[in-house]
Each structure stands twice: as structure tokens, then as C-alpha cells.
Design a protein around this ligand. Structure first.
Ligand code: 0X9
Ligand code: ZN
Length: 763
């Protein structure tokens, strides 16, 4: 599939509305770049078909979006092209009327800020020479912590320096965290963010205990500019240049790494913005970094910083493939927490997701770091989400740095910490009163530093002291732990510890016994539990009145696309209900089209919860996607419940969340309808708009009855039979309240009193 073939080189060589003035010396930064793009527009286009995409790409100067495919794209066009869009019937919205005006404003802002004395280095953009000078000065000011090395040399013979930062003492065995900016020339803010991280590390050592500990344990290597030639070119010639400067057409360095090089999302055409080069590591810039990293041999974690879109992306990028479950769990946990760190820092919202979910791209740095050297490896796309894109105003540099610093610090700590404990299935909040309640624990480590046999569960039942038991290994870093049974209503506190081979102990939650997790022991019956692995089991795909012509619900092992999961939710397991399981030749091939498709559950018995002492909890895992394609976010998926076998329906939720991930939901049925023996649920996937991509999946549906059932004569349910219960009974009896109708015959008579008294005296 061709997805990303936009081209700035073609636009230069095709001699569109481009003017050039030949005399500007490189590095002499005046508001006079050679290539002007007067009247070129930045336009949001809605691309419905491959033909439209081809036409858009052919007309474009360059695609700004990081995601290229059908749907909404930010594209820069020469002046005449926009009228052409209308003729071709391609819906569009002009974001900026004149890209040159944006560039001019940016230059003016840079000059203005250069004259201001009271702003920091992180409140303005700087050119290559200035970055290098500043980097050298940083190292010189911290000779006990930092050294500068060369990580390679560019095609035009510029140095690609790295700053290595670690605490005093013998650092030769410390694990290394590697970060870089500006593989892509125009993504200027990425250089600033990694420089800010370098400076924060240097300033924090000795004053911030987290930084001090980190740098005593590991080394951080920072390459602020991987692509110096391209970067210089953005300052001297063309602000929106992306690639290196190979042959004047350039190679996209982030398609040149040797991990499934040549695949999806890269191009063999020199004019493409994602031109991959002639061979893996054909470029001195990427080869240089590879050699440097391999020679070092201690890199355990890496982040490749880019802009824009506010994303935290983990492998794989080359195809719709996930890492093995234990790695994926770690990527997800660390990625989601990085996002949280950014928010906690007062930053903007980033999305943490798999790279391929954005679009597959083969030959990217982050795949190589994970695939070739087994590092914990992310790509981060910095601000913004498209308002200014690459032309991010200088006023936003510092906030972008500030939100990324704590996320990096957390990432580095996680990466070098000997082991990380997480609970892939979540923290149990309830426990059984009759049997143990099992749950899974994942212990993962950057290297194999888990000391076998040290994983322990610590449990306190009620007010008793904590007791300890060993975790049971399940393989692949997974363990089973079990909460003990306890009498109904009892609080059970718990935490987990594990030891590393170097004798340290890690706890989850981090403060262990002083702030443990907590669960409540409850009477619990599983009334229904279907992981969809054992056949249809009474489910119906399709009901009378359904109108969808493709993408009907089916029980299957789904094929992954940008909108549909590759894997079901159950582990182990492969099957789930999904709307059109096939991937097909394009994202829209087997999605829901032209109307409704309904997945109807079998009858579920929740009658045990009818009295109100017990709760009927319905839960499921769902997948929903409606943010791809030409008309995103126009549809929604109603999920409804019935307590009369489907005669009437009550909404549980209206799904619009494009999580692009499995999402767990649970509902207390009584909050919606009275629980009965005749419950059903239905999931209505639908395509009501025209060009909307709709994909949904459902797995692991469960109905649990839980709570503490009361003894029938214990009218106030306080566990003791006393005068108050008699009083409540008599009052209910006098007022003909059904709770006093003990034989359920609709009458309030002597027999009810007799049964109550009998239960009361024998209770
Ligand atoms: O395409 C890229 O190289 C990166 N986006 S950018 O807009 N900065 O060019 C993203 C690479 C991450 N991998 C995938 N999205 N598959
Ligand atoms: Zn980039």
C-alpha cells in the first residue's frame, strides 16, 4: 500500500512557484531563506480514495501529517493546487493561507527573541553552530559528569556529537539510556527537548536525589542532531526540509535503519519524503549512530524524539505486529505512565499507543533499537497537534521541554531499574469468600536481573499482620498470586515484592506495606463467563432489522488493521466477536458498511441479585474504532441491556471512544434495570454516515453476582439479630412493605410473622 509519497524535492526540481536567491552563505541566518513558498497553503484535506490520495500527493509540496493514508491529512500545497482540490471534489479546509508568512513570522520571532536578555536558551530556536557551541559549553561546565564524543559524521562532513552524562566513579559497566533529536531536519523542537534533558540532568546531579541516583546508576547519551546537513538546510534554504542531503534529494533517515528495511510506509523513489535510501544504513548519519551504539554495547533504552502530534509510540512500527506479551505489557505500562507524567507536569495531552496504530513504517530507528539490541525503545512525537505543526512557536519550546523532562526521568528510571512489577489484569478489588482469588503478576527486567524465587505476595486480612507467600511462576515473567478467602465484607490488603540479582528489592505499589492495594471479600458467583474460545454458546450475530452489508459480527480470530485488533483479548486465546474479521486490501474492505449489525448475548441469569443484597456486575472487553478513513468520528456503538429477554432495552453506554485498544468496562446492572433471570445484552455496531470506517470487537463477557448476602431475619443486615430487626420487621409488616412478605404470597399475615420469628430465633 502506498501511503507516504509526498515530496519536497520534486516540488523544488519541478520549479513550481519557487524563487531562490543564490548568494546566502550557509549558516548566515538572515530572514532571507533561499526557497520561498509565498502563497503556498497548509490545508487539511479529507482523502476518501486511493486515487484522491495519489492526486493530493502529486500536487503537494510536502505532507505535514505524520499519518499518511485515507482520512484527514495536513498537506502543504503550491498556490494553484487548492482550486484543483475543489475540482477533484476533495473536501478541504485551509489551515494557513500562506506558509511563507508562517516562516517569516517565525524568523521575526527568532530575531526578536535573540535580542531579549531575559529569556533562556529554551525559549528560542538556534542553528546548528549555536547548538554545538552550547552543547560543548554544557559539557565544559560539568567536567565531572559529561564528555562530548563524536557519534558520526554527515554526508557534508558535519560532526554528529553526543554528550555522555553519568555520575563520578567507574561508569564503564553502567547501563546506557540513549536519546536523540532531529532525525528529521524540520522537527526543530526535538533538538531543544533533548538538550533540555541533558541540561536538567547536569543541573540536577547533587541537588535532585532522583537525578543523582539515576546518574550514579546509569549513563545517559544524548545526540541532539542526528541529521546536521538537513538541519542546516532548514535554516539556510528550506524550512520544511525533512530528509538528509544525499544527492540533493535526500534520504529519510527514519526509513534507513536495518529492521525490516524496505517495507511498508517507505519508498524506493528518491523524490519521496520517505525515501529509504539504497540499502539499510546506506547513510553515514544512521550508520554512524549504529556503530556508536554497537561499540558502546550497553544501551538498554532509547527514545527517538520527533514532532509533531503529541504521541508516545512503541514497537512495532514495520507492520501490524505486537511485541511478545511480557514486553508489550511493559511498553504499555511505561508508555501510559509517561503520558501521565507529562500531564502531571502541567503539560498537554499525549497519546500512548503502538507505532503501527499510527501507520506502519519500516526501517525506523525505534524498531532497530528494540529489534537489534533489545532496548526499551520509543518514538515520541512532540507538540503540537497541527495548529502550527513544524512551525511550533518559540513560546512553546520551554513548555514542551518541561512536560517531557519528568516523562524522560521516569522512563530512564524504569529502563534501568533491575525489575519492574506490574499486574497485567489489573489490581483485584474484590476477593471471594469461599475460594482463593487468583491474579497475574508480571515481573520484567531490562536484562535478566530478576532473582528467581524472590517474588512474593504480602497479604493482611482484616486487622491481622501481613503474611507472605511465594508467587507461582507461569513462564515468560508471568506469575500467579492468590488472595485468600475471607468472611464477607473483610478488607484484604496486599502488595508484591521481588528481588534483583544484585540484592535489591522492588515493591508494588512502591510504598508496599504503608500504602498497599486493597480488596474486599465478597460472596461471589460467576453466573456467566465466556472467553469466546469455545464456540458460539448462544450468542447471535445479526438480528431482524439489521442492515449492514459488510462487516457483520462474527466469531473469529481477527486480522489486524489500523482500525481492527490483530489479537483477541483473552490470554490465552485467539477468538473474539468482531465486525468482519478479515483485514482485506484496504482499511475499509471489511468494516461495517451501510447500516446496523447487532451482536446479541444469550439469556443471562442475574436473579440472585434481585433482592438487592447482592450486586450483578456485567463486564466485557471492547474494541471500537471510528477515527480512521475519510469521515472519522461520525458513528457510535450503542450497548444496551434488557431484563425481559429483549422486549425492551435500556442503554448501558454509547461507545465513541477510539481507544484503538481493548478497553475493560463493568456495570452494576441495578444502576440500569432490575436484575432478573432474563437478562440480555446487545452490541450494535453501525455505519450511519457515508465514508466512515467502523470496526468493533467484543471479548471476555462475564456476569458476576457479588456482595454480602444477609441472613433473611437480619433486617438491617448488620450481622446480628436483635431488637432492631424485630422493629424493622414490624414496621415493614404494618406498612405492607414487600420485605416483610416472608412467604412471597402478596399477603401480610400471620404466616409471615411466624416465618420471621422462626428465622429470628434459630439464626
Ligand atoms: O514517520 C516517521 O518517521 C515518524 N513521524 S514524523 O512525522 N516525525 O516523520 C514516526 C515514526 C514512528 N513509527 C510509526 N509511526 N510507525
Ligand atoms: Zn520525524
Amino acid at each position: 500500500m502506498r501511503r507516504f509519497v509526498a515530496c519536497s524535492a520534486v516540488f523544488v526540481s519541478a520549479g513550481l512557484a519557487v524563487t531562490s536567491s543564490a548568494q546566502v552563505a550557509p549558516e548566515l541566518i538572515q530572514a532571507d531563506p533561499r526557497i520561498r513558498v509565498d502563497g503556498h497553503q497548509l490545508v487539511e484535506v479529507r482523502v476518501n480514495t486511493q486515487e484522491q490520495l495519489d492526486a493530493v500527493v502529486a500536487m503537494a509540496d510536502t505532507v505535514w501529517s505524520d499519518r499518511v493514508g485515507l482520512g484527514l491529512l495536513d498537506v502543504q500545497f503550491p498556490p494553484a493546487a487548492v482550486a484543483e482540490l475543489s475540482k477533484l471534489g476533495i473536501a478541504h479546509r485551509v489551515i494557513h493561507e500562506d506558509v511563507q508568512a508562517l516562516i517569516d513570522a517565525e524568523w521575526a520571532e527568532i530575531q526578536l527573541r535573540n535580542q531579549q536578555r531575559d529569556i533562556s536558551w529554551y525559549q528560542n530556536y538556534h542553528n546548528y553552530a549555536t547548538v554545538i557551541t552550547y552543547l560543548n559549553a554544557l559539557a565544559a561546565a560539568h567536567p565531572n559528569l559529561a564528555v562530548i564524543q563524536s557519534a558520526g559524521t554527515s554526508i557534508e562532513n558535519r560532526d554528529i556529537p553526543a554528550i555522555r552524562i553519568t555520575g563520578p566513579g567507574d561508569g564503564s559497566q553502567r547501563p546506557v539510556v540513549f536519546i536523540n533529536g532531529t532525525q528529521h531536519a524540520r522537527e526543530w523542537v526535538s533538538t531543544k527537548v533533548v538538550m533540555y534533558i541533558a541540561e536538567s540532568l547536569l543541573n540536577g546531579y547533587g541537588s535532585d536525589p532522583r537525578v543523582t541516583d539515576l546518574l550514579d546508576e546509569c549513563e545517559v547519551i544524548i545526540v541532539p542532531i542526528v541529521n546536521p546537513d538537513g538541519f542546516v538546510y532548514t535554516w539556510t534554504n528550506y524550512r520544511l526540509w525533512r530528509k538528509n542531503r544525499r544527492g540533493g534529494y535526500g534520504v529519510d533517515l527514519n526509513r534507513n535503519w536495518d529492521w525490516f528495511w524496505g517495507g511498508e510506509g517507505s519508498s524506493g523513489s528518491t523524490s519521496s519524503d520517505v525515501y529509504r535510501g539504497t540499502a539499510p544504513f546506506s547513510e553515514p548519519e544512521t550508520a554512524g549512530i549504529r556503530n556508536y551504539v554497537l561499540a558502546n554495547g550497553r544501551v538498554v533504552a532509547a527514545i527517538d524524539y520527533h514532532s509533531y502530534s503529541q504521541l508516545i509510540l512503541w514497537p512495532w512500527s514495520y507492520d501490524y505486529v505486537d511485541p511478545p506479551a511480557d514486553d508489550l505489557a511493559r511498553y504499555t505500562a511505561v508508555g501510559v505512565q509517561m503520558r501521565q507524567e507529562m500531564l502531571n507536569a502541567g503539560g498537554v495531552s499525549y497519546t500512548a499507543q503502538s507505532s503501527y496504530n499510527l501507520y506502519p513504517a519500516a526501517g525506523v530507528a525505534s524498531d532497530w533499537f528494540y529489534g537489534a539490541i533489545d532496548a526499551l525503545s520509543y518514538t515520541i512525537e512532540l507538540r503540537d497537534t497541527g495548529t502550527y505543526g513544524f512551525e511550533l512557536p518559540a513560546s512553546q519550546i520551554l513548555p514542551t521541554c518541561q512536560e517531557n523532562w519528568p516523562a524522560f526521568l521516569y522512563f530512564a528510571e524504569q529502563a534501568i531499574r533491575p525489575i519492574t512489577i506490574s499486574l497485567p489484569g489489573g489490581t483485584p478489588a474484590s476477593a471471594s469468600t469461599t475460594t482463593t482469588t487468583p491474579f497475574q503478576v508480571l515481573i520484567s527486567s531490562a536484562a535478566s536481573t530478576y532473582a528467581n524465587g524472590t517474588g512474593q505476595l504480602h497479604v493482611r486480612v482484616g486487622n491481622s499482620p501481613f503474611t507472605t507467600s511465594a508467587l507461582t511462576p507461569l513462564g515468560n515473567g508471568l506469575f500467579q498470586a492468590s488472595l485468600p478467602a475471607a468472611s464477607c465484607g473483610t478488607e484484604i490488603d496486599y502488595y508484591i515484592t521481588a528481588g534483583s540479582t544484585d540484592g535489591r528489592t522492588v515493591s508494588l505499589p512502591a510504598d508496599g506495606a504503608s500504602a498497599p492495594f486493597s480488596a474486599e471479600a465478597l460472596d461471589l458467583t460467576v453466573a456467566f463467563n465466556d472467553n469466546m474460545e469455545t464456540g458460539v454458546n448462544g450468542w447471535s450475530a445479526g438480528v431482524a432489522g439489521d442492515t449492514a452489508t459488510t462487516g457483520q459480527w462474527q466469531l473469529a480470530d481477527p486480522q489486524g488493521t489500523a482500525a481492527q485488533p490483530e489479537n483477541d483479548h483473552s490470554n490465552p486465546g485467539t477468538m473474539c466477536w468482531v465486525t468482519g474479521a478479515l483485514a482485506g486490501s484496504s482499511i475499509g474492505a471489511y468494516d461495517v458498511d451501510n447500516g446496523y449489525t447487532t451482536l446479541l448475548s444469550p439469556r443471562l441469569d442475574a436473579s440472585e441479585a434481585a433482592s438487592g443484597d447482592m450486586q450483578a456486575i456485567l463486564s466485557y472487553w471492547r474494541w471500537y474504532s471510528n477515527d480512521q478513513g475519510a469521515a472519522p468520528n461520525e458513528d457510535s456503538m450503542p450497548i444496551e441491556i434488557s431484563n425481559n429477554n429483549g422486549s425492551t432495552w435500556t442503554p448501558l453506554e454509547l461507545v465513541t471512544q477510539n481507544a484503538n485498544a481493548w478497553v475493560y468496562r463493568e456495570f452494576n446492572i441495578a444502576d440500569y434495570v432490575t436484575p432478573t433471570a432474563n437478562m440480555r445484552v446487545r452490541f450494535i455496531a453501525r455505519d450511519l454516515g457515508s465514508g466512515s470506517i467502523v470496526e468493533a470487537a467484543i471479548d471476555d463477557v462475564r456476569l458476576e453476582i457479588r456482595g454480602c448476602a444477609c441472613y433473611p431475619a437480619d433486617m438491617n443486615c448488620d450481622g446480628t439479630l436483635d431488637f432492631f430487626d424485630v422493629q424493622i420487621f414490624l414496621d415493614a409488616f404494618a406498612h405492607h412493605n414487600p420485605s416483610a412478605d416472608f412467604n412471597s404470597d402478596g399477603l401480610y399475615d400471620f404466616f409471615d410473622v411466624q416465618i420471621f420469628l422462626d428465622l429470628f430465633s434459630h439464626g
